[in-house]
Ligand binder design. Structure first.
Ligand SMILES: *[C@@H]1O[C@H](CO)[C@@H](O)[C@H](O)[C@H]1NC(C)=O
Ligand SMILES: *[C@@H]1O[C@H](CO)[C@@H](O)[C@H](O)[C@H]1NC(C)=O
Ligand SMILES: *[C@@H]1O[C@H](CO)[C@@H](O)[C@H](O)[C@H]1NC(C)=O
Ligand SMILES: *[C@@H]1O[C@H](CO)[C@@H](O)[C@H](O)[C@H]1NC(C)=O
Ligand SMILES: *[C@@H]1O[C@H](CO)[C@@H](O)[C@H](O)[C@H]1NC(C)=O
Ligand SMILES: *[C@@H]1O[C@H](CO)[C@@H](O)[C@H](O)[C@H]1NC(C)=O
Length: 512
């Protein structure tokens, strides 16, 4: 490359695309929505912190919110990729709001002591303070400001955000969304809060429950809209001022928060949904609190968020959400529904299996769309034998596990060994049509054929023997963080390329 023009062209062509792609990736990265879970602990026989963290990793849950700053849980989360929102409980607002020293002390003990080993992403100051303890409202901003000052002093304010979760009842006239506004009685505090969030680029935390909107407006708000079910256009809600079409209640709630902020001239604060969910059981006057509805709501919610379609007002931005909640809190006092918001029982068995196949790696126990290939019962031994021979030979299925002494050798019979080999072939072929036939000797099933320590290909079960290995792989990030891991690494590569390119071009211009 002796011609200087060629070198300059080279510089333009190499550097421009790689720097552009970096910009785009960073932009997407900032907006990458996720689904997290709330962890309430009013649970009998709560898992130990170490068990809890293993469970989160097993389920590939990467974002959690706590209602306090439990030191044992924060310690157990250290060196995992799980990101956590911690909280100042309402009963500590007075102390923190009235003394900068107490606030600094709180940050030192609950944040600085764990970060960055534990990935604390935000501090939620109080919970629904404006509506549940209005008398404490005057303490809210002083508490937030002094915690923020303490974070600045510890130089953690760029990594860790401060905000406060609010109930949707601070928003009045919420439908149509374009007419919504914040309760004016609360406006002085809400305005100050929004100025703070805008200044510190922090999200407005909102607890949003389409369930309650539906219950309070029965006959007006259809169940289908509340559950994100697909609607005929005539059932979509239309905002007559904006002509925006709303296919579900959650999007309408989020947009009404945006319109309320706009009313106060704030347009640069995003909404983070710190709670949303649907109970799976209730009193007789809560007939819609059912396992089916709860499953439908949470499954569709997860798909909706991971689809990244935003809201009608802000299609370019999808709020992240925290599902309320991880465990059924059986110690909660009535109504019955209070104890039935969980995805899992306290002992970590699922309340139901979510229908979230194809939505990535979140919640490992999704088996709704998983299928396996096993030997057809009653097939004669000769047919099974020749199919097994073909699968383990020309078919190149993985038959190591059915050798003597291995996990799937027992029960030692043709039916069992053929089932394993058929499934191995079927999964290897990515369940292609015709890959589970074996001349009629094989059948597709949705029931996981794994047993004991014998884990069939395609199963998400973890055997006793391999459990530890699997967990440590997940802890080191393989597949456990849905987007972040891969994004950062390719981003780093791009930066590296740009750096090399800049050095080269600079060096060249220096020489010439
Ligand atoms: C806390 O510090 C801020 C400035 O950092 C100051 O404006 C405020 O008056 C202090 N509050 C108290 C209660 O000392
Ligand atoms: C607005 O907030 C005030 C103070 O908390 C409360 O008393 C009032 O009922 C709220 N208004 C409405 C319409 O909810
Ligand atoms: C918002 O801005 C408009 C136009 O600049 C102004 O008339 C209005 O008073 C402002 N509202 C608030 C709450 O600041
Ligand atoms: C299962 O997968 C099929 C095809 O991949 C898809 O059409 C269907 O919606 C999925 N079912 C669930 C419950 O996710
Ligand atoms: C997955 O679901 C099965 C069947 O409901 C249950 O036995 C198992 O404990 C679950 N596994 C996890 C990790 O939740
Ligand atoms: C795990 O090991 C225990 C005790 O060794 C055994 O009782 C249990 O059945 C095993 N579970 C599985 C899934 O193999």
């Amino acid at each position: 490359m002796e011609n200087p023009k060629l070198i300059i062209l080279f510089c333009l062509f190499i550097l421009l695309p790689s720097s552009l792609s970096t910009v785009i990736k960073v932009k997407q990265g900032k907006d990458e929505p996720y689904v997290g879970v709330n962890i309430g602990t009013d649970v009998s026989n709560l898992l130990s912190p170490a068990e809890l963290v293993s469970f989160l990793q097993l389920e590939k849950i990467t974002h959690v919110r706590l209602y306090d700053a439990d030191d044992k849980i924060l310690k157990a989360l250290a060196k995992t990729k799980i990101r956590v929102i911690i909280a100042v409980p309402n009963n500590q607002l007075l102390a923190i709001g009235s003394s900068n020293a107490t606030a600094a002390n709180w940050i030192g003990r609950n944040v600085a002591a764990y970060y960055p080993e534990t990935l604390i992403t935000a501090v939620a100051v109080g919970d629904e303070v404006l509506t549940t303890i209005p008398s404490s409202a005057p303490l809210l901003m002083p508490a937030i400001e002094s915690l923020y000052s303490a974070l600045v002093a510890a130089n953690l304010h760029t990594q860790i955000k401060i905000s406060t979760p609010s109930s949707f009842s601070i928003v009045l006239d919420s439908f149509p969304p374009s007419q919504a506004f914040f309760n004016q009685t609360l406006s002085p505090v809400v305005s100050q809060l929004l100025q703070f969030l805008s200044r510190t680029q922090s999200p407005l935390m909102m607890n949003l429950y389409p369930y309650y909107v539906f219950m309070q407006n029965k006959g007006v708000v259809p169940l289908d809209n509340s559950l994100f079910k697909s609607l005929t256009p005539s059932k979509e809600m239309v905002d007559s001022n904006t002509l925006l079409h709303y296919t579900n209640v959650l999007d309408a709630m989020i947009d009404s928060v945006y319109f309320s902020m706009k009313n106060l001239n704030v347009t640069d604060v995003v909404v983070l949904v710190t709670e949303t969910g649907w109970p799976s059981k209730g009193e007789s006057k809560e007939p819609y609190a059912t396992i089916d509805n709860s499953n439908t709501y949470n499954s569709n919610l997860i798909k909706h968020i991971l689809d990244r379609s935003g809201t009608p007002l802000h299609p370019e931005f999808t709020s992240s959400v925290y599902i309320y909640e991880l465990f059924n809190e059986d110690f909660r006092s009535p109504p019955i529904s209070e104890a039935h918001w969980g995805l899992f029982y306290g002992n970590s068995t699922p309340v139901y299996l979510l229908h979230v196949s194809g939505s990535g790696t979140f919640l490992a126990n999704d088996t709704t769309n998983q299928t396996y290939c096993i030997a057809t019962e009653g097939t004669d031994t000769k047919t099974l034998q020749s199919a097994l021979d073909w699968a383990c030979g020309p078919g190149r299925a993985n038959c190591a596990e059915i050798q003597a002494g291995e996990n799937c050798y027992q029960p030692n019979n043709m039916y069992n060994h053929a089932s394993y080999a058929f499934d191995s072939y079927y999964q290897k072929e990515k369940k292609a049509p015709g890959s589970c036939d074996f001349k009629g000797a094989a059948t597709i099933t949705t029931a996981d054929p794994s047993h004991g320590n014998c884990i069939f290909p395609g199963s998400k079960k973890v055997s006793n023997k391999t459990r530890q290995v699997v967990n440590s792989i997940q802890a080191s990030g393989a597949g456990s963080v849905r987007f972040f891991g891969t994004r950062m690494s390719s981003f780093d590569k791009d930066l590296h390329m740009i750096f090399l390119g800049v050095v080269f071009c600079w060096f060249y211009s220096f020489l010439s």
